[in-house]
Each structure stands twice: as structure tokens, then as C-alpha cells.
Design a protein around this ligand. Structure first.
Ligand code: SF4
Ligand code: SF4
Length: 306
């Protein structure tokens, strides 16, 4: 094994996820980054990234994120045969003008919103009059924060392939950890259990699932744990704002244990969390009861053994 591969294999990757947004996932991930001292950080919530609001990164590098393709008809080469219109199953090709093309047919346009980038029209165009460039879907950045280097991204409006961008952000953050000799990578994962979440947890050392004491919180947690179990990733669970519904908290913890997860702790409801957000600092930088609870959960993460 090369030295680089040995370092990569030693990097511990802790991913914070939740069944849905708004459970306090980012507050926890930001607090972990602060408590860790110096670690590599990845904001994989690329659809609604907000870790930067608390960690206030200084952007060092910006890179375009290109993914998928979009058909573009070159008017000057199109003979107006209508093959593209006939073969597009997504209704993305429209007749712009009737009967004025070089071949006696109309002029055609591609609706970039409706185009799925399948490439069928490109294949069937008899005169290769359709370009098929890659789409600009967003950007990813490498930044410095007071807690360590961070990789984060912004997905374009209505852009797809966030799973691919999540994988890219994680991969770059691991590279950064390796370059800086950091052995811990903290990942703020996306909400839900879809493709972006799978892209953020596969191969992780440990997943922390943040839940809340509600019926939907219970349901979302169950789904998240099915996912981590499927990929055989060790999981810790914590319930945020647990004191709003102690009975439900107990029920959630019981279900989490039955699903093979360990309980990392509980976080009390604390208005100071919002104050911390407004002041653009992590919860553990404030004198709050939630900060005390998060510090205990962090100890559980640090001491976790499979
Ligand atoms: S690439 Fe596919 S979806 Fe887009 S215009 Fe061509 S056939 Fe339609
Ligand atoms: S298939 Fe090609 S030549 Fe025919 S209308 Fe479409 S773009 Fe023009």
C-alpha cells in the first residue's frame, strides 16, 4: 500500500445526517468541527448548504461543477427534417418557425428546462446539427475556516445530480485531509435518505443520526437506520430538543437500539441555539445547556469503538 493510501485508510470520517432537514444536523456538525480543534470539514448538504454561515470560510479556490448534457440545435446546419421532434420522448423540442429550414422544414429549438440530456436527438439527427455540451450545474469551493479546511458546494437552481456533487465534495475533503495530515473528516450530510445521503455515508467510519421527538422524527430515523444498516456503517443516535416530548424520546431511543444503533445522548431545547446561529458561531462556543449536551455527545463520538 502506498503512503498516500495508508494515510487515507487512517482518516476517520464522521458523517452527521438526519431523516429530514431542520433537526439541528448542521448545528451538531459545526459544533463537532469546533470541538475537534483542527479537522477537515465537508458540507455535503449541497442543495441547501449552510455550514458556511457558522464556520465563516475564507474561499481559496472555486471550481465549476459540470454534469449531464443538454442538446443545442445549430440553426445553420439544421435541414429541418423534424427527426429530433419525432424522437424526443420528453417534449423538449419545439417548432420555432414553420417551413423555413434549409431542407424545406421548420426551425426547431430545444427547451433547456425540459431537456433530460438523453442524447436521442443527437443520435438521430441525420446531419449532426445538434451539439451536446456538458451543463454547468454549480460550483464547489475549498476554503479555510477557524476549525480547519473545508470543502463545500453550491448546486445551481433546478440542477440535478446532487449525489455526484456530494461524492466530489467528500472525495476532495478526504484529499485535503491527507495533504494537511489531518486524521478526522467531519461531514455535514444531506437530509433525507435519497441518493445524496447514500453518497455521503457509504464507506464512512461512523454516522450520527440526529432525530427530534415527533412522529415524523421517529419515522425518519427508522428510515435512516435502515440505510446505515444496509451499508453496515456503525451508527449513533441523538435526539435534539428531547425535553419537548420525553415519552417520544424514549420510544425513539428504544427503536434505535432495536435497529442496532447506540444512543449518543440527548440535547435539550435551548433558545441559545438560535442566538448562536444569529451570531454566526457554533453552539459549543456559547454558554448554553445545549452546548453542554453536545460536548457529551462529542465525547461519545470520540470514544466510540465498533
Ligand atoms: S437530449 Fe433527449 S431530452 Fe434533450 S432534446 Fe434531445 S431527445 Fe429530447
Ligand atoms: S434532426 Fe437535426 S436536422 Fe432534423 S430538425 Fe432536428 S436538428 Fe434539424
Amino acid at each position: 500500500m502506498s503512503d498516500a493510501a495508508k494515510t487515507l485508510s487512517k482518516i476517520r470520517e464522521v458523517v452527521v445526517i438526519s431523516g429530514k432537514g431542520g433537526t439541528g444536523k448542521t448545528s451538531l456538525a459545526a459544533s463537532f468541527a469546533y470541538l475537534a480543534g483542527q479537522s477537515a470539514i465537508a458540507d455535503c448538504d449541497v442543495d441547501a448548504a449552510n455550514l458556511h454561515l457558522v464556520l465563516r470560510p475564507k474561499v481559496r479556490e472555486r471550481h465549476e461543477f459540470r454534469c449531464g448534457h443538454e442538446a443545442v440545435i445549430r440553426d445553420e446546419d439544421c435541414i429541418g427534417c423534424g427527426e429530433c421532434l419525432k424522437n424526443c420522448r420528453f417534449g423538449a423540442i419545439t417548432v420555432r418557425e414553420q417551413g423555413e429550414g434549409q431542407g424545406g422544414g421548420g426551425r426547431f429549438s430545444v427547451d433547456p428546462i425540459a431537456c433530460e440530456g438523453c442524447g436521442v436527438c443527437v443520435h438521430f439527427c441525420p446531419v449532426q446539427a445538434i451539439d451536446f455540451p456538458e451543463c454547468l450545474c454549480g460550483e464547489w469551493m475549498v476554503s479555510d475556516t477557524r476549525c480547519g479546511p473545508m470543502v463545500h458546494a453550491r448546486l445551481g437552481v433546478a440542477a440535478e445530480n446532487s449525489g455526484k456533487l456530494v461524492s466530489l465534495v467528500r472525495q476532495k475533503a478526504r484529499q485535503l485531509a491527507e495533504e494537511r495530515g489531518l486524521f478526522l473528516l467531519i461531514v455535514d450530510g444531506p437530509p433525507g435518505i435519497g441518493c445524496p445521503v447514500i453518497a455521503s455515508v457509504t464507506g464512512a467510519s461512523l454516522v450520527i443520526v440526529v432525530s427530534e421527538p415527533t412522529v415524523s422524527g421517529e419515522h425518519d430515523l427508522e428510515r435512516a437506520l435502515v440505510l446505515t444498516r444496509h451499508f453496515a456503517i456503525p451508527s449513533l443516535v441523538c435526539v435534539n430538543k428531547w425535553d419537548l416530548n420525553p415519552q417520544m424520546t424514549e420510544r425513539i431511543e428504544h427503536k434505535a437500539q432495536l435497529a442496532g444503533a447506540q444512543i449518543a445522548g440527548r440535547i435539550r431545547y435551548d433558545f441559545g441555539v438560535i442566538k448562536a446561529q444569529l451570531e454566526a458561531c457554533t453552539v459549543v462556543e456559547t454558554e448554553t445547556v445545549a452546548a453542554q449536551d453536545i460536548c457529551q455527545i462529542w465525547q461519545c463520538v470520540v470514544n466510540f469503538k465498533r
